[in-house]
Design a protein around this ligand. Structure first.
Ligand code: HEM
Length: 161
């Protein structure tokens, strides 16, 4: 872990973040927050729908609106997050909140992959789902909410450790 953090800090990205003026970190941090907001906001709407909130709106319509926003937010959060980390990566070596945040992100992504593989998700636009399928989607939605809430919470706390 420390070897990876040292490598990040001494990378070209780390040098750029430290040596290009005080506003670089501020703007990249703003980008990170916007990415996180887009990701979490859209995931929250989709997860609540998977849990059964707003049933009268078809799942296919909710997913068509939220999935592209969450993918864009995730990409922005990953890119800007890497830059924030590279700025002073070794300073986070003993920060336990990173060890909560990164596994939560990994689990959230794994859970999204599982959702995409579920037959109930694949046929959401073409037929009514059975109650067993609704329950399956609700479990995935609940796991997703826990993962992303944990990632946002731990991310916000990192700086206070
Ligand atoms: C490769 C992925 C990511 C990396 C390397 C990363 C890294 C970082 C770093 C280094 C910080 C600054 C911590 C500090 O205050 O010193 C941060 C802040 C934060 N991150 Fe991430 N992050 C990533 C993805 C995410 C994702 C996916 C989320 C949410 C789902 C997230 C949520 C947050 C939040 C809420 C903050 C606090 C921002 C603030 O209050 O200024 N991060 N992240």
């Amino acid at each position: 872990m420390l070897a990876f953090l040292s490598w990040m800090e001494s990378s070209a990205l780390g040098h750029f973040m430290r040596e290009s003026g005080p506003w670089t970190y501020a703007f990249i941090n703003l980008g990170h927050i916007l990415g996180v907001a887009a990701l979490f906001g859209s995931v929250l709407v989709l997860d609540l729908r998977l849990l059964g909130v707003g049933r009268r709106i078809p799942l296919a319509a909710v997913s068509a609106a939220t999935v592209p926003v969450s993918a864009g937010g995730l990409a922005l959060a990953l890119i800007t997050g890497s830059a924030l980390l590279a700025t002073k990566a070794t300073a986070y070596a003993d920060n336990p909140l990173l060890l909560i945040k990164f596994p939560a992100i990994a689990l959230g992504l794994l859970n999204a992959l599982v959702l995409n593989l579920l037959p109930a998700w694949k046929v959401r636009a073409t037929r009514e789902l059975s109650s067993a399928e609704h329950r399956q989607l609700a479990v995935v939605g609940a796991i997703s909410l826990v993962c992303w809430l944990t990632a946002v919470g731990a991310g916000r706390m990192i700086g206070y450790w």
